[in-house]
Design a protein. Structure first.
Length: 109
């Protein structure tokens, strides 16, 4: 798989078009994951395996999907040796970018 697909996970909030984010932090975690993937931090297959392993280790009804998402992302980032300084700089760049981006528009770092 080369990119994200719409997950079919029971418990995820959905509308007629598919899954939606219940909280802003979920959208931010999703966007950060996509950006790190685009920047070559990990392949999409590596990401899918990490998320699958996280969900298998702590199964639920899907209501904690984005908690698993963040845990998987933290483990991948740590395993890749991305430094705290690099992550802090990316977090600051992300915050600056989303503050400058009009609502409903894609955030570009």
């Amino acid at each position: 798989m080369s990119g994200p697909e719409t997950p079919d996970v029971p418990g995820l909030p959905r509308d007629a078009d598919g899954p939606v984010f219940a909280e802003p932090w979920q959208a931010q975690a999703f966007a950060l994951t996509l950006k790190l993937h685009e920047d070559g931090a990990f392949t999409w297959n590596e990401w899918a395996q990490a998320l699958g392993a996280e969900r298998a280790a702590d199964p639920d009804n899907g209501s904690r999907y984005y908690d698993h998402w963040v845990a998987a992302l933290e483990k991948l980032v740590t395993a890749r040796g991305l430094t705290a300084e690099a992550l802090t700089a990316r977090k600051a760049a992300w915050a600056d970018a989303y503050r400058r981006t009009p609502h409903g528009k894609p955030v570009i770092l």
